[in-house]
Design a protein around this ligand. Structure first.
Ligand code: DGL
Length: 261
């Protein structure tokens, strides 16, 4: 089992921002990354759809031999993490917007959260804010269209720029001094978000925390591997199109193949 890969999935290529942190911390592990591009974006899909899809993907990844699973998507976590944990027998690491560390860091008492509509409307997010940010003003900004624009038009495209102008302005206007990147696609545009906020604003993503948690679970389960750091990338969408986006975003040459869970 130790030599088996760790599976990571997202609606698309946002989860690569998490994968980068996982591979940095665990360079000897092999990873299998699945982008569910056929259903990108997850952010506007009904919760019941995301739950069923998440469980189906998780079961198929375990059937492929995954020794652990990372849900590298805040939206899928909000909708499906509990159902996935109940359905499969390998360790699962899920991620959620870093509201807790953000509340601890904020000096202005106002923090901003950028995430998908589905994540912000979830019970899980409401609970997170209720438990970890009492007394803090949380400006939660949904960003419809942003994840797709990052993938389809590119992080530096005019379309992404226009969406960021609209979505970041309310956080700056409210005086947020910490911005939570509550969708794994958004670290691809972290610099562009920072440029739209006052100097000194802290941006938080959860990649490093997820990597530490995965390492703890592997150590605890006796599952650490001594592999070669191999990476396999698959998509439920059109591999050629996804390949072009990977080549633009990812600094390592990796081939994308088609896989349907
Ligand atoms: N990357 C995903 C997340 O972390 C969602 C993007 C989408 O498919 O809407 O929430």
């Amino acid at each position: 089992m130790n030599a088996h890969p760790i599976a990571v999935f997202d609606s698309g290529l946002g989860g690569l921002t998490v994968l980068r942190a996982l591979r940095g911390r665990l360079p000897h592990e092999d990873f299998f990354y699945f982008a569910d591009t056929r259903f990108l974006p997850y952010g506007d899909k009904p919760e019941s759809f995301l739950r069923e899809r998440g469980v189906r993907i998780a079961e198929a990844l375990v059937a492929r031999g995954a020794k652990a699973l990372v849900i590298a998507c805040n939206t899928a976590t909000a909708a499906a993490a509990e159902a996935i944990r109940a359905a499969i027998g390998v360790p699962v690491v899920a991620l959620e917007p870093g509201v807790k560390p953000a509340a601890a860091l904020s000096r202005s008492g106002t923090l901003g959260v950028l995430a998908t509509t589905r994540t912000l409307h979830s019970e899980r997010f409401q609970r997170l804010v209720g438990h970890h940010a009492p007394g803090v003003e949380v400006v939660a900004q949904a960003c419809p269209g942003l994840a797709e624009a990052i993938e389809n038009d590119g992080p530096d495209s005019p379309r992404v720029g226009a969406l960021l102008d609209a979505y970041v302005a309310p956080l700056a206007a409210a005086g947020a001094d910490v911005v939570v990147l509550g969708c794994t696609h958004y670290p691809w545009v972290a610099a562009a978000i920072a440029r739209r906020m006052p100097v000194g604003t802290t941006l938080l993503d959860t990649g490093e925390a997820v990597a530490r948690q995965l390492e703890r679970l592997l150590v605890h389960g006796g599952l650490l591997g001594g592999g070669h750091g191999r990476l396999q990338l698959s998509t439920s969408g059109a591999p050629q199109a996804v390949q072009c986006t990977v080549d633009r975003l990812w600094d390592e040459k990796s081939t994308v193949d088609h896989w349907e869970p």
